[in-house]
Design a protein around this ligand. Structure first.
Ligand code: CMC
Length: 436
């Protein structure tokens, strides 16, 4: 870490001695105040539930400038990656720090492709689930279960194990998501076909049946590949921090990624794409564009508990750059499928326009996030709403594993162990039950 010339001084109004705190500089973005010695020197903790002002780690992977609306993977703007690279290039970049050259690209594709199949026992494991189980319940189980099948890649302290676990996870997630989908609709699983690209292979495992030839549509394959790129990493969000915290105990990578899947499921995080589409469908059912005003009124009413899903972000206080790219993809996909007049897309654009002009959203800097349009794209592709978050998990797996491997490789890494401000009962004695 690069030390800053500036030092922070912490002083106390009760006369306790003040303390100088070192500061470190990032290559871009805010500097940090190093409070690691604070407790040892003052006997006090900092208090920051929700990590509003806390950098939980140092990282070289992803940078977000929330005010500008900028997202960089290893320094490259997301707009350039989404237009010039594919998902596997992005995976290589996130894992190894540089974009691949021609040879590295071919080798990496071959490596990932030769790990797409899952152990045949996996399908018997799947059979234990009800057919109507939520795909995220299934995914949490399946990803955790990988550790029972790949014993030669569970030692998180062995760099070779970490690398092969990363490749296995990236390669097998599409197979598992497609299996979860096929199981739910009662169709036979489609084995991966390694002559296809990563995303075309996923589309085939999802939508082909053994009864007919399947020709993936190029526009839809590009769209799904872009969804994967846009969701691949997002620095220290809730699920990534979960993966880091879980992995910090030394658990195996599959277990740590399963924890990330579980965290992602929540509607404030990965579940927002599902919630955003359900919200649009509900507005449409209740009268469509005409009813936007009424809906916005409910959103602004603090007692209603209604949120404009797909809007707002902890870090972005400007338009989420991923939402812009997703809106562009939405136009392309709906155009290619002859759905240019899709009422839900029209509703989403009208809702976005009204919200962006409304004082409530302007004052709070609430803009569309990636989930606002990704649901419309996925629905047009034919992906059921309940599978949206599983697709997000598939894409985010590379980010999770890159961040986990970065943490384990960091000589300063320690088990994550936050402290607390306790305000429960002080010590007291157990009374006999007759006196309680
Ligand atoms: N609709 C209405 N009001 C909102 C919304 C929204 N979507 N988001 C934030 N606000 C209000 C919030 O009520 C608060 O108002 P006030 O200051 O009057 O109390 C203010 O804006 C600040 O919000 P916050 O809840 O303190 O912000 P946060 O950083 O804790 O929450 C968030 C961020 C993403 C959880 C939140 O904006 C939200 O729930 N959005 C909807 C869910 C969503 O789209 N999530 C996807 C995030 S992007 C994908 C991902 O990374 O997972």
């Amino acid at each position: 870490m690069t030390p800053s010339d500036v030092k922070a001084t912490l002083s106390f109004s009760d006369g306790s001695p003040s303390m100088d705190l070192p500061m470190f500089k990032g290559s871009i973005g805010p500097d940090v105040i190093d409070i690691r010695k604070l407790y040892a020197q003052t006997g006090k903790f900092t208090y920051d539930p929700g990590f509003l002002s806390t950098a939980s780690c140092q990282s070289t992977i992803t940078y977000i400038d929330g005010d500008k609306g900028e997202l960089l993977y290893r320094g490259y703007p997301i707009e350039q990656l989404a237009t010039n690279c594919d998902f596997l290039d992005t995976c290589y970049l996130l894992l190894y720090g540089e974009l691949p050259n021609v040879q590295q690209q071919a080798d990496f594709k071959k490596l990932v492709t030769t790990h797409t199949m899952v152990n045949e026992q996996m399908q018997f494991f799947l059979r234990g689930f009800r057919r109507d189980a939520h795909p995220m319940a299934v995914m949490t189980g399946l990803v955790g279960a990988l550790s029972a099948f790949y014993h030669d890649s569970t030692d998180i302290n062995n760099p070779k194990h970490r690398e092969i676990a990363a490749i296995r996870l990236i390669a097998k997630m599409p197979t598992l998501v497609a299996m979860a989908y096929k199981y739910g609709i009662g169709q036979p699983y489609m084995y991966p076909k390694n002559s296809l690209s990563y995303s075309a292979n996923f589309m085939r495992m999802m939508f082909a049946t053994p009864c007919e030839e399947y020709e993936p549509n190029d526009v839809l394959v590009r769209a799904i590949d872009r969804i994967f790129i846009l969701h691949a990493d997002h620095e220290q969000n809730a699920s990534t921090s979960t993966v880091r915290l879980c992995g910090s105990s030394g658990t195996n990578p599959f277990a740590a990624i399963a924890a990330g899947v579980a965290c992602l499921w929540g509607p404030a995080h990965g579940g927002a794409n599902e919630a955003a589409l359900n919200m649009l469908e509900e507005i449409q059912r209740n009268g469509g564009v005409e009813k936007i005003g009424e809906f916005i009124k409910q959103v602004k009413d603090k007692n209603s508990n209604v949120k404009l899903m797909g809007f707002g972000h902890r870090v972005y206080k400007n338009y989420d750059p991923r939402a812009k790219l997703m809106r562009e993809t939405c136009h392309e996909v709906l155009g290619a499928l002859g759905l240019g007049n899709d009422p839900l897309f029209k509703l989403a654009m009208a809702l976005e326009k009204i919200a962006l002009e409304d004082e409530y959203f302007v004052a709070r800097k609430l803009y569309p996030n990636v989930d606002f349009y990704s649901g419309i794209v996925q629905r047009a592709i034919g992906i059921p709403v309940s599978l949206f978050t599983a697709i997000f998990a598939l894409a985010r797996t590379v980010g999770w594993i890159a961040q986990l491997n970065e943490m384990i490789g960091d000589p300063e890494y320690k088990i994550g162990r936050p402290r607390q401000l306790y305000h429960g009962s002080p010590r007291r004695d157990v009374k006999p039950i007759s006196q309680r």
